[in-house]
Design a protein around this ligand. Structure first.
Ligand code: FMN
Length: 333
């Protein structure tokens, strides 16, 4: 758990990741605030190996709330760059998740592959092919801004029932054109985004995709689909898969410690890509077991790192890990 992991030119100092978690604390125009500086700064001081900034919107209409971070304008770059500098100063690798909420966005300009609403939300407009190409271009421009802000890892949000996932799942995609039908067609939108992002994203820096491995619903995405998508992503130059699940529509899920690890394990073993496992991993013993047994290459701790920014420090009482300012507080073991 405390060994480093090289991904292209970037070395992640340990296997603990803070996954993307919306903070709903940006200005209404999507700018960074002091909340982000303190929140991300604390986890960097706390020794997290890789911080992935919260879902940051590639288009204003694709935000999940009216206080999401944005990356649809060059004006957003400076604030994000400051967060990168804060993280790097403390030895943490800084990544960012960029996304689009699709039919689950905030506001009334909902777009999706097909005009199928989720319960209690408005009916989305089914995107035309020209509109799809425009959104892909927004992703490309966002990737350029991620590069200019100095991030070392870029993650495309393809999970949790948002726009990319809506294309991937047959339950939300009923298109009859080249973006719907077969799995090959349903993944076309994601592959076009990967291709557009790679035009801007440096070849020597890792590119990650987050997917919901399964929909937990009859007729929805299965782990076999996700392994297949991951194999194609690997061939298109994606370096790191972050494997979550669900979020398309409400479903019955058996929750328990590490409940999604087997999905990450399947992707790692069958698609041969480095993976992040996530979901109710709170104990150091479980995190260590997952890494030690090669079930995933990284473990992401979401809510646990919200509760305790110093989780990594508590798991490893060593002067080399602790910031010198805190050495007098180190428990003697
Ligand atoms: C407050 C909060 C905000 C979240 N926002 C995002 C997000 O922006 N993008 C994303 O992919 N997942 C998001 N998630 C899901 C987490 O990244 C993570 O997958 C989930 O919390 C399960 O991990 P955990 O059990 O360790 O918390 C969010 C979760 C929480 C609790």
């Amino acid at each position: 758990m405390f060994t480093s992991f090289p991904l292209k030119s970037v070395t992640i100092p340990n296997r603990i990741v803070m996954p993307a978690m919306c903070q709903y604390s940006a200005t209404e125009d999507g700018y960074v605030t002091n909340w982000h500086r303190v929140h991300y700064g604390a986890r960097a001081v706390g020794g997290v190996g890789l911080i992935i900034l919260e879902a940051t919107a590639v288009e204003k209409r694709g935000r999940l709330s009216n206080h999401d971070l944005g990356i649809w304008d060059d004006g957003h770059i400076q604030g994000l760059r400051e967060l990168v500098e804060i993280g790097k100063e403390h030895g943490t690798v800084m990544g960012i998740q960029i996304g689009h909420g699709g039919r689950k966005s905030w506001g009334d300009e909902l777009v999706a592959p097909s005009s199928i609403a989720v319960p209690n939300m408005g009916t989305p407009h089914a995107l035309t092919v020209t509109e799809i190409k425009d959104i892909v271009e927004s992703w490309r421009q966002a990737a350029r801004r991620v590069r200019e802000a100095g991030f070392d890892v870029l993650q495309i949000h393809g999970a949790h029932g948002y726009l990319i996932h809506e294309f991937l799942s047959p339950l939300s995609n009923e298109r009859g054109d080249e973006y719907g039908g077969s799995l090959e067609n349903r993944m076309r939108f994601l592959l076009e985004i990967v291709e557009a992002v790679k035009k801007e994203w440096p070849e020597d820096k890792p590119l990650s995709v987050r997917l919901s491995a399964v929909d937990y619903l009859e007729g929805g995405l299965t782990i076999e689909d996700t392994v297949q998508i991951s194999k194609v992503l690997k061939s298109r130059g994606v370096d790191l898969m972050d494997i979550s699940s669900g979020g398309l529509l409400s479903a019955r899920i058996e929750l328990g410690p590490g409940y999604q690890v087997s999905f990450a394990e399947a992707v790692k073993k069958e698609a041969g890509l480095p993976t992040i496992a996530v979901g109710l991993i709170t104990q150091a013993e479980l995190a260590q077991e997952i890494i030690h047994n090669g079930r995933a290459d990284f473990v992401a701790l979401g809510r646990e790192l919200l509760r305790n920014p110093y989780w990594v420090l508590e798991a490893k009482c060593e002067e080399s890990v602790w910031p010198w300012q805190y050495h007098r507080a180190m428990p003697k073991r």
